[in-house]
Design a protein around this ligand. Structure first.
Ligand code: LMR
Length: 400
C-alpha cells in the first residue's frame, strides 16, 4: 500500500483557550469548573440565549423566504447598524460614507480578513501586539504571513498599565507598522487605557504613519455601549485611517453563530469604495460570503427600538453580574485565608482577570481540582457564580 502523504505530519499542540474546553469536556470530575474560554454564563452556570435573540429569531423564522447566497460583504442593514454602534449614529464618518464595513465570521474572522487585506497591500510591514495579548493574536497574524512583535503593556508590579513604556515603544516603530490595540476590556489582563491615555495614543498615530487595528470584541462589557467605544470614536473623529474588528459573540451571546464585522475607516467615500472592492476579494477567495442567521438577528434587534432597549438591559445585566463576581471572588479569597492582595481584580474590566497565578498553580488547579484556567493565569470571571466561586476560592487558597 502507498505511504500516506500525511504520514510525517506531527501532532499540533492543543489550542491554549479552546483546547481547554475540549479537555474540560473530557474531565470526569463532577466539581469541574471551566474558567478558560471567554464565554458568559448566568448565575446558574448556563450560557444563555438572550430573550431578544429568541424574539428576533422567531420573527425571522416566520418571514424568511430564501436561502439564497448572501452578498460577499454581508447584509447591508447589518453593516449599517455596526457602524452606528461603533461610531454613534450621528458620526461624521457615517455621514461622509468614509468607513467600509463587511460582515465577518465573529471577531476572529474580522481580524483574519483584515490581516489578509493588510498583507496584500503592506507585505513588508510587521505587526505589534501588546505584551501580553489574546493568545490567538500572534497565531492569527503569523498565519497571515506577518512577523509579530510585542509592545510593553502590562505592569505586573502594579497590576496596571505601563503606559510610558507602551508610548515610547510605539513612538519608535517605523511608519506602516500595524499596531493591534484592544479598544476596551483588554484580553487577557482586563487593564484598559484611560480616556486621557487614549487621546495621547491617538495623537501619536496622527504623526507616525502607523496603522492601528482595533480589536473590539467586548463592547458593552466595561461601562456601556457608548463609553466603551471611546477609543474607536477618538481614532475615527481624529480622521486616522484604521481597522476595527468587532464581535457580537459576547454582547449578543451569539458565540456559535459567528457574527462580527470588519470596519475600515478611510479619509473619503471614493477611497472607501476602492478599499471595499479589495476586502471583498479577500472574502471571496476565502469563504465566498458569510452565513446569514446571526447577522439577521443582530440587525433585526438593533433596528427595532423596543428590541434594542431590551438588548441593552440584558447586556447591562451580564456586565453587572460580572462586576458582582469580581467583588465576590476577591471577598471569598480573603475569607478562605488568602493573604495575597487580589483587590486589583476589582479594577479590571471585562470578562477576564489576569490573576497572577503561577503556571504551577494553574496546573495544580486543573489536575487536582478540575478547575480550568488559561496558562497565563487568565481567569474568566464571567463563568463564576455564587456556588462555584466558593469551590474555586477554596482550591486557590489550598494551591497558593
Ligand atoms: C477568549 O479569549 O477566550 C475568547 O475570545 C474566545 C476565543 O476565541 O479565544
Amino acid at each position: 500500500m502507498q505511504v500516506s502523504p500525511f504520514a510525517r505530519i506531527e501532532m499540533a499542540p492543543p489550542d491554549p483557550i479552546i483546547g481547554l474546553t475540549e479537555a474540560f469536556k473530557n474531565d470526569a470530575n463532577p466539581k469541574k469548573v471551566n474558567l478558560g474560554v471567554g464565554v458568559y454564563q448566568d448565575g446558574a452556570g448556563k450560557v444563555p440565549i438572550l430573550q431578544v435573540v429568541r424574539e428576533a429569531q422567531e420573527r425571522l423564522q416566520a418571514t424568511e423566504d430564501t436561502k439564497n447566497y448572501m452578498p460577499i460583504d454581508g447584509i447591508p442593514a447589518f453593516n449599517q447598524q455596526v457602524q452606528s454602534l461603533l461610531f454613534g449614529a450621528d458620526s461624521a464618518v457615517i455621514a461622509g460614507a468614509r468607513a467600509v464595513t463587511v460582515q465577518a465570521l465573529g471577531g476572529t474572522g474580522a481580524l483574519k480578513v483584515g490581516a489578509d487585506f493588510l498583507k496584500r497591500f503592506f507585505p513588508a510591514s510587521q505587526v505589534w501586539i501588546s505584551d501580553p495579548s489574546w493568545e490567538n493574536h500572534r497565531a492569527l497574524f503569523e498565519a497571515a504571513g506577518f512577523t509579530v512583535n510585542n509592545y510593553p503593556y502590562y505592569d505586573s508590579e502594579t497590576h496596571g498599565l505601563d503606559f510610558a513604556s507602551m508610548l515610547n515603544a510605539l513612538k519608535a516603530l517605523p511608519a506602516q507598522s500595524i499596531v493591534v490595540l484592544h479598544a476596551c476590556c483588554h484580553n487577557p489582563t482586563g487593564v484598559d487605557l484611560s480616556q486621557e491615555e487614549w487621546l495621547r495614543v491617538v495623537d501619536l498615530f496622527q504623526t507616525t504613519g502607523l496603522i492601528p487595528f482595533l480589536d473590539f470584541a467586548y463592547q458593552g462589557f466595561a461601562e456601556g455601549i457608548d463609553a466603551d467605544a471611546f477609543a474607536v470614536r477618538a481614532f475615527a473623529e481624529a480622521g486616522i485611517p484604521c481597522l476595527i474588528a468587532n464581535s457580537f459573540s459576547k454582547s449578543f451571546a451569539l458565540y456559535r453563530e459567528r457574527v462580527g464585522a470588519l470596519t475600515i475607516v478611510t479619509p473619503s467615500e471614493e477611497e472607501a469604495a476602492r478599499v471595499r472592492s479589495q476586502v471583498k476579494r479577500v472574502i471571496r477567495t476565502n469563504y465566498s460570503n458569510p452565513p446569514s442567521h446571526g447577522a439577521q438577528i443582530v440587525a433585526a434587534v438593533l433596528a427595532d427600538a423596543e428590541l434594542r432597549a431590551h438588548w441593552e438591559i440584558e447586556l447591562a445585566g451580564m456586565r453587572e453580574r460580572i462586576h458582582q463576581m469580581r467583588d465576590l471572588f476577591v471577598r471569598r479569597l480573603r475569607e478562605k485565608g488568602v493573604e495575597q492582595d487580589f483587590s486589583f481584580i476589582r479594577r479590571q474590566q471585562g470578562m477576564f482577570s489576569y490573576s497572577g497565578l503561577s503556571r504551577e498553580a494553574v496546573d495544580r488547579l486543573r489536575n487536582e481540582y478540575g478547575i480550568y484556567i488559561v496558562g497565563s493565569g487568565r481567569v474568566c470571571l464571567a463563568a463564576l457564580n455564587e456556588k462555584n466561586c466558593e469551590y474555586v476560592c477554596e482550591a486557590i487558597a489550598e494551591t497558593l
